[in-house]
Structure formats: C-alpha cells, structure tokens
Design a protein around this ligand. Structure first.
Ligand SMILES: [Zn+2]
Length: 253
C-alpha cells in the first residue's frame, strides 16, 4: 500500500453491513480513505475479504461481535484459521448493555478465547466494551494484552483512566458532536492514543443522523479538532500518524 494514495484513515467500519457496498467503495476510493473494515463473524469476514480483493484501501479484520458469540460457543476452534489470517482482530468484545439475548458466559467464553489467541500472536484487537467496561479491562490485564484499540468508549470514567494508563488506543467517532460525555473523554485522552472512526454504516444513523457515506470520516476529524480546540490539520496528522504506526506494526503497511 502506497501511503501517498491515502488521505484519511477510518479505524472502524463494517463494510459488510452496507446495502450497496459498491457505492461505499467508490467514495472510499474518491476520498482516499484507508479503511479498517471490521467483521462480526466468519461470514462477514469472508465478504469483507472479497471486497478487499478489488480495493487496496480496504483492510479486512476478523472478529466475533458479542451479539454473535453464541454462533461459536463450544466451537471456538472454528475461529483459529481466521484469527491466524487476519492482521488485526476486530470487532470483538463484550456487551452487557445492548446485547441481552446472549448470555454473559457465552460472550465471555468467545472473547477470552480470542484475547488469548491475540496475545499469543501479538496482534492488535479492536474492542467493544458497552456496559462491560470493567470486565473487558479485567480480561485484558489478566492475559497481558497491550495491543488494544478501544472502540467508541462510553463507560465509567475510572476504568477509562486506567485504560489510558495502560496505553490503549481509543477511536472517537460520530458521537463526538452530540455528547458532552464523549467530549470529556476525548479531552482526557492523550493525543498519542487517539484514533478516528465512523462505525459506518450504522454509527451516525444510530445517533439519528442520515448519512453513512465513508466521507463522514472528514466530519469526525473536524469535530475532534473542534472539541479539542486544536488546529484541524494538526489533529488530522496526529491521528493519521497514530493509525499508520499501528498498521505498520501490524504488518499491513
Ligand atoms: Zn462496530
């Protein structure tokens, strides 16, 4: 991947969730957005890998979303091949808030299995923590995971501060403009640990907005710089460099 062709880096999207992925791919190309395309299970990972074949700006990552953990309960061995193949692991995690129909034990079984593999392989993980921030933190500490990217954190402040001390990265996205709490978390985050995401195509629509165009990453970067009260160019280059460092360490670039 020639970085000269890249203008922005979106660290958390789900291309497999688009009704019309070709339109999204066109916009990604037009706007030069290097896109970390998370998946939620084996099937969505396969779909995302297919899209990446035709588009060098797509980095497909494999993970099991807590919502789908029951698909693999008792058969986590099925995940090994994809965990070997993927350069970065995501989206994985726990959700004890929105995901009420998958037992906590089942979510934990799959999450723990993947974290163990990730640590053994030295891979970065992109992690969902909603309503289970403390439990996620505990598992990460227990297994000595330190290549950690926390996606869209919105939990308690004390755990957040501990995560900052651990040197985790944090993605900020569409909610920055809508939430005082997220703005506060953003301002607590050392800029060296800052990343940007859209969570497209569902992030902004879930917040009541109407767009899921990949170019939303530009607005997110603008919002982040506005609420950090920093120059937009400066913030863009900080986030670009943080993202690049991770992708280089992960062997993607
Ligand atoms: Zn996601």
């Amino acid at each position: 991947m020639d970085l000269g062709l890249v203008r922005f880096i979106d660290f958390h999207t789900h291309l497999h969730l688009y009704d019309h992925p070709n339109e999204a791919l066109k916009s990604i190309k037009k706007n030069k957005i290097l896109t970390v395309a998370n998946s939620n299970d084996l099937e969505s990972y396969r779909d995302t890998c297919e899209m990446a074949k035709r588009n060098p700006l797509i980095i497909p990552t494999f993970g099991v979303h807590p919502q789908l953990a029951s698909e693999y309960s008792g058969k986590t061995g099925l995940l090994k091949f994809a965990l070997q193949k993927t350069p970065i692991i995501g989206e994985i995690g726990l959700d004890y808030y929105w995901v009420q129909d998958v037992a906590k034990e089942v979510q934990m079984e799959v999450f723990e299995f993947i974290i163990k593999e990730a640590v053994e392989q030295g891979k970065y993980c992109i992690i969902h923590t909603k309503g289970a921030e403390k439990e996620v933190y505990k598992i990460l500490k227990q297994y000595g995971a330190n290549k950690v990217i926390i996606h869209w954190y919105s939990g308690p402040l004390d755990i957040y501060k501990k995560m900052i001390e651990e040197g985790y990265y944090f993605t900020f996205g569409c909610e920055v403009r809508y939430s005082k709490k997220i703005q506060k978390l953003l301002n607590l985050t050392p800029t060296t640990q800052l990343l940007a995401e859209t969570d497209n195509p569902v992030g902004e629509e879930w917040l009541g907005g109407s767009t899921h165009d990949p170019d939303l990453i530009k607005r997110v970067l603008q919002d982040i710089s506005y609420f950090l009260n920093k120059d937009r160019g400066e913030v863009e280059s900080i986030i670009f460099n943080n993202s690049r460092e991770i992708l280089q360490n992960a062997g993607v670039l």
